[in-house]
Design a protein around this ligand. Sequence first.
Ligand code: PLP
Length: 389
Amino acid sequence: MNLTSVDECLTALSSVIGKSNRFIGLHEPTFQGNEWTYVKSCLDSGWVSSVGEYVDRFEKMLCEYTQIPYCSVTTNGTSALHVCLILMGVQQNDEVLIPALTFVATANAVSYCNAIPHFIDTCDLTLGIDVEKLASYLSEIAEIRNDVCINKYSQRPIRAVVVVHVFGHPADMQPLQVLCKKYHLKLIEDAAEALGSYYNGTHVGHFSDITAISFNGNKILTTGGGGAVLTADDLLAKRAKHIITTAKVMHAWEFMHDEVGYNYRLPNINAALGCAQLEQLSKFIDNKRNLCTKYIKAFEAVSYAEIFKEADFAKSNYWLNVLILKKADRAFIEILIDQAYQHNYGLRGLWKPLDQLPMYQNCPKMDLSHTHQMYDRIIALPSSVCLSG
Ligand SMILES: *Cc1c(COP(=O)(O)O)cnc(C)c1O
């Protein structure tokens, strides 16, 4: 641990963010467009709840933006993920491969299906799933019986992979698609953080069967709380709409529901906010990428660490900028975050690797030593859209 380096980091931070009298959070929303008008029109018309013109408009705008044909907006990203897993046939006693380095919601959604998260290691290039390691791991633990991938050690079916585009950086999808095909695994994209991110020139969400996005208050675009399920498959899209709408069968006045559904529809008032935010997304992304460039420059002077950069195949939305230490150093992270708070900068550590949380510590996993090391190397920096206007 090196106190001079802590000072160097603080200097670099203040050269980008400037001095501030108020606390600067990790990620704060910005409302400078039609948010006020659209939300007010919901209040004026009384259409505040789960049907309304903004819901339809927001879904249409998301399809246009991502070029994915079908979209259902949901109460949050976690419910969107839950729906994705249900529609991919994940059920009780299945295993679902997910990275150990993600927000807890990815694992929780698996648990809501009474299935078991199975943790995968992370690679340096994308901070997402290490596809090469996953390939060699599957060759060791998996076998195909009757077209189903079985974990030889637990005897449970491995049904799906949830790939996460961590901090908005696309995972390496092409080899992952090949691997999932080989092992008969469904592929789901947790693009909660990645609206506006592209892999080889195509928006994320095109590389899997079904995709979840989040519009939580700290994401690049917010509806207050909200999420979306996106797919190119019309039958899956119909099923998604159905189960998020309490499985209600269309009828003018009768209450008929044909299965156990969920109340996961996004309210109109939230969708109104989403429409106004989506109108500004290109500008948000420009700002984010600008901010990243500034951070990269400022931290060139710091030999101890560097700012994470997108891979060659990626165009990232840079939802969250992160600093990566060259060597794992927990003490450094703790002191830097503590010192930064005294300058009103809200830095954060990484999510605790999920295999270390009490409810997930007995789940199956591959060797996660790299993930555990990353936990002691990564610091998230203030990344709000307004920081680089
Ligand atoms: C935010 C997030 C979610 C969950 O979204 P909510 O809208 O908060 O429910 C899921 N996965 C990842 C990777 C996230 O960052």
